[in-house]
Design a protein around this ligand. Sequence first.
Ligand code: AGP
Length: 369
Amino acid sequence: EMLEKGGYEHFMLKEIYEQPRSINDCMRGRIYPLEGKIQLGGIKEYAEKFKNAHRIIIVACGTSWHAGLVGEYLIEEYARIPVEVEYASEFRYRNPIISENDIVIAISQSGETADTMAAIEMAKSKGATIFGICNVVGASIPRLSDAGMYTHAGPEIGVASTKAFTAQVTALTLMAFYMAEVKGTLPKTKLIALLSELERIPSLVEKALESDKLILEIAEKFKDSRNALFLGRGSGFPVALEGALKLKEISYIHAEGYPAAEMKHGPIALIDEEMPVIVIATKNSSYEKVISNIQEVKARKGIVVAIVTEGDTDVVKMADYSIEIPASDEAFLPLLATIPLQLLSYHIAVLRGCNVDQPRNLAKSVTVE
Ligand code: AGP
């Protein structure tokens, strides 16, 4: 087993460290930065469908649903198609309004999640076109879909999803850029710049992993916490949700993810001198707003752990602990900001003596409803 773990103590840690490669594997052969082109073999026959799509509905569960929320930001921003993101388990039991001009994207690491499969079948019966984003080749969801993309992250053994999530986000990024290309909603020069930057992401993820030691020190401070709050805005919000889910799953610490501005509508009551508030505070369009949210936490003597852009000084001064990630275009923020949160959960769980690869009560894929 040690051999299978490639020298790492746990599969989860191995999979966290595999991300520069798995993100690269997801992009391989699909992006051509010099020409500003995206080639998605599985869906290329559907270019017209994307051009005429009235709406995209993303269905998924758990971490895959968080990837879907990132997809919503990217597709609406770049391809200007309205997107709804639905929990498969809710969607399947509603009587949703679906037309033939709707596209359903189902996201699943395993490709065997019962609720996601049922949601696909229901949408199909109402005439929607189904695209699957899946990691396991030949699984049930790709077989049920009209077309789709494999994420090529490689087998994920840890029950808590890490590299599969960043590969799903990469796949959705490619899809968003592809839709933007076919719809002509992005100037060619901008697309070229984004694709060249995307090509650098694996090496930037590598850099983000270098904070591992510092993150372990921070984990030591919070290993006995009973609660944690994760805040983010824009595409940082799904990152906060995913950070909270990871911590809950493997350390059994109660954690919540919130849009930073929603804090004052409730969770602010939880702030005290003990609970860590982890804030995605990178330099992007919501930077100034997030700074005011950090001030709200500090004014109530809360403890702030900030994920910041390298070289930041303003947030670093305000926060109790800061973890840097490399600067990049806002489009790729989720891919970079997720890394320190995975490591933080991992170290906290290990320090608490938890079984990180097989947390209690959880299964790798939920094949029953
Ligand atoms: C991830 O850490 C979870 N264990 C879980 O939320 C998972 O993402 C969910 O069950 C969906 O699985 P799928 O991607 O295989 O469909």
